[in-house]
Design a protein. Structure first.
Length: 78
């Protein structure tokens, strides 16, 4: 039983006969790895940005709450 990716690889080798099977396997693996790596990088970066924004919001809310608590103790002069 032949794996589908091998048939693609064989077609690739037929179109480029000077490349050995080993090199073609390497190229295919590197290409997939590059795409996967870039995808992971993008996901991690967007998660980092999201988490930093969440932390910033939490701090903003805490600062706002402490500010409002301070305002309660101030006696306004009219």
């Amino acid at each position: 039983m032949e794996i589908r990716s091998n048939t693609y690889l064989n077609q690739y080798l037929k179109s480029y006969p000077n490349i050995s099977k080993n090199n073609a396997n390497c190229l295919q693996l590197n290409n997939n790895f590059e795409v996967y790596f870039m995808l992971q990088l993008c996901i991690n970066f967007s998660l980092l940005i999201y988490l930093l924004n969440r932390i910033d919001l939490i701090f903003d809310f805490a600062i706002f709450k402490s500010y409002m608590a301070d305002q309660k103790h101030i006696n306004y002069v009219h």
